[in-house]
Design a protein around this ligand. Sequence first.
Ligand code: SF4
Ligand code: SF4
Length: 396
Amino acid sequence: MGTTKVKVSSKEFLNGEFDISPTLKRFNQKNDVFSRSLWDDSIDPKKFYASYDIANYAPKKSKGFDHWDFAFRNASWHITDFVGERNFSKNGKVEGFTDYYATYTPSSPMKVELESEEETTNRVKLAAKMFGAGMVGICKIDERWVYSDNFSRKTQDSKKLDLPEGMKHAIMLIIPMDFELSKTYPAALSGAATGIGYTDGLTCANTLAQFITNLGYNAIASLNDTALNIPMAIEAGLGEYGRHGLLITPKYGPNIRIAKVFTDLPLKDDVPIKFGVKEFCTVCKRCAKSCPVKAIPFDKPQSKPPNFSSHTGITKWTINAEKCFKFWVGMNTDCAICIRVCPYNKDFSKWWHRIGIRFANSPFRKMVLSIDDIWRFGERVATAKWWKKGIKRLNN
Ligand code: SF4
Ligand code: SF4
């Protein structure tokens, strides 16, 4: 799809692209806005978390936020919550969000015979696709992206992160979210796109980790816990960084979740790709204009973030996580207007969108943006229409 592979190592590429300070400190998970909402009085989650438990939350009457919508969204999170919190009362872990997943089935005591790194990599990538990944890439574990500490939602303590020794690679998994559902953001119903994405990510990462342990190697499945997904996915050649602070992939745009597997299996690393996102974002700014709380920057990438919920020392577009989360709290559901309006959020199985993404990476990018505006891509779809259209598809 018109992507080019960079010619330097992943680390060199990131250092140059984001002017990363040599003194960059690893991020402490305690400072992400979700953790802060549990210990920092200035980030009040109000009924945000309670709304994920329908037994203790009364849905609203408004469209997109009614009983059907919350029931659907909460059901989409059910497996992720159930699996991730199965040991919460015992050990305080929230696997997939503050801690990586534990393995329950013993690994093979024998290591499989490996033909070559290339063949192993191809087999692992094939398995990842079979287990539900839309895209898969591999990078070395760059310690800078591993959290310094993880946070316990139970005790609200931080502790040094204990990624087992010997883990050399991360297999980065792109989990596409439902395109039609994402067009309905923001609504409680749309939150199901996120919930389904995490459930698919959980299945894919845990199944792949089990496959690798069955081969006699170590593997750990992870969602948003343990390490920062976006820089690792860039290193693994899966996409570029957008103004809205999200990964933009050439296959699904930003409409994705990311899961990963850490492993000591010898694998061949991928390299970052370019397809013109930075240049396009420089002229576009649609996410910044559309964000209801103006949490997305309009100006150039900066090295100083708006608050301590983001890294310092990396020159990039950084959203104001405090403003963003406050908006989520107001709605009692997540928002992804910035995903919905992004011109890269397209169904790239259609040839005309594949041509569009090529032109977006050319001097015609402003023209592509104007066409996108004229066709009103990115407009919100009413939740009632989503239900209706889905049922029609079902019956045809
Ligand atoms: S998720 Fe919503 S509130 Fe947050 S940055 Fe995106 S558009 Fe703004
Ligand atoms: S909406 Fe435009 S500026 Fe924002 S991330 Fe997408 S392409 Fe970049």
